[in-house]
Design a protein around this ligand. Structure first.
Ligand code: BTN
Length: 271
């Protein structure tokens, strides 16, 4: 059973309804749940419509990419999942999700975040840190049946304020408050992310991929010309990034030819 949406979030969503639809209505809010992606998937299985939005103040089993945990303490982040059903939008949804989070953070806070393939949202090295740090992440989980794709749940987590991050991520993680030195309006941030996502989603649903890919490329400098490493079946590989193709796969130029990476983790050695 969901709970009332906090007033500042409800008001922000209501005022911006025309920019965020179909997302942000209805919103199911929970003080604490296992994972907003898990709950949104259960709702989608029961027929929840496109745009259904699940939010939580904390998650006890937040899911990250590649089977990792997404650390989700109370009131320290934005933890949100969206039900998407449009089949035309599905192939590039994960890239569009990362792009929307980056665009939303930029619009709401002015922080010049970048995307690291496929959809890690990073704060570049600067005055606050000598290395770039991860601010947010996106996890898209699809469900298919005998007649094809049923739905995709697009979940995103944004670190709002500093928390007692586990040792494994403490060096890489950052939050908006740590970067900006001030509190952030969570309602405004949510609205800007949903509005950006609604716009990108409409472009994809209408068959337009190029605008999404072009903007994604512009915000992902390490996807071109960066020295990277990654783990493959035969061991560690290295090469130089050469952009993303029209399906969102990362292209890497290596001594043995061009590699096309569709999933996994790529480490930027230098850029
Ligand atoms: C990543 O590993 O970078 C992806 C993290 C995605 C975390 C979000 S938080 C809201 C939604 N619910 C989940 O369980 N995971 C996603």
């Amino acid at each position: 059973m969901s709970e009332p949406v906090p007033l500042e979030i409800a008001e922000a969503l209501r005022d911006a309804r025309n920019r965020t639809l179909p997302f942000g209505r209805p919103v199911h809010y929970f003080h604490e749940i296992d994972s907003t992606n898990a709950v949104a998937s259960e709702m989608a299985e029961r027929g929840a419509p496109e745009g259904t939005t699940v939010m939580a103040s904390s998650q006890t089993a937040g899911r990250g990419r590649l089977g990792r945990e997404w650390y989700s303490p109370a009131d320290a982040g934005l933890y949100v999942s969206l039900v998407c059903r449009n089949r035309s939008a599905a192939p590039l949804l994960t890239l569009a999700g990362g792009l929307a989070v980056a665009e939303g953070v930029r619009a709401a806070t002015g922080l010049p975040v970048e995307i690291k393939w496929p959809n890690d949202i990073m704060v570049p090295a600067g005055s606050a840190s000598s290395h770039r740090r991860k601010l947010a992440g996106v996890l898209a989980e699809a469900s298919s049946g005998s007649d094809g794709l049923q739905y995709v749940v697009l979940g995103f987590g944004v670190n709002l304020r500093a928390a007692a991050y586990p040792p494994a991520i403490v060096r890489q993680a950052t939050s908006l408050e740590m970067e900006l030195g001030r509190a952030v309006d969570a309602g405004r941030l949510l609205v800007e992310i949903l509005a950006a996502f609604a716009g990108r989603f409409a472009e994809l649903a209408g068959g337009g991929r190029e605008a999404v890919l072009d903007r994604w490329r512009a915000l992902a400098p390490s996807a071109t010309g960066a020295r990277v490493e990654w783990a493959a079946v035969g061991g560690r590989c290295e090469g130089t990034t050469a952009g993303v193709d029209c399906s969102g796969a990362l292209l890497i130029s290596t001594a043995g030819g061009m590699e096309r990476i569709i999933s996994g983790e790529v480490t930027v050695v230098y850029q």
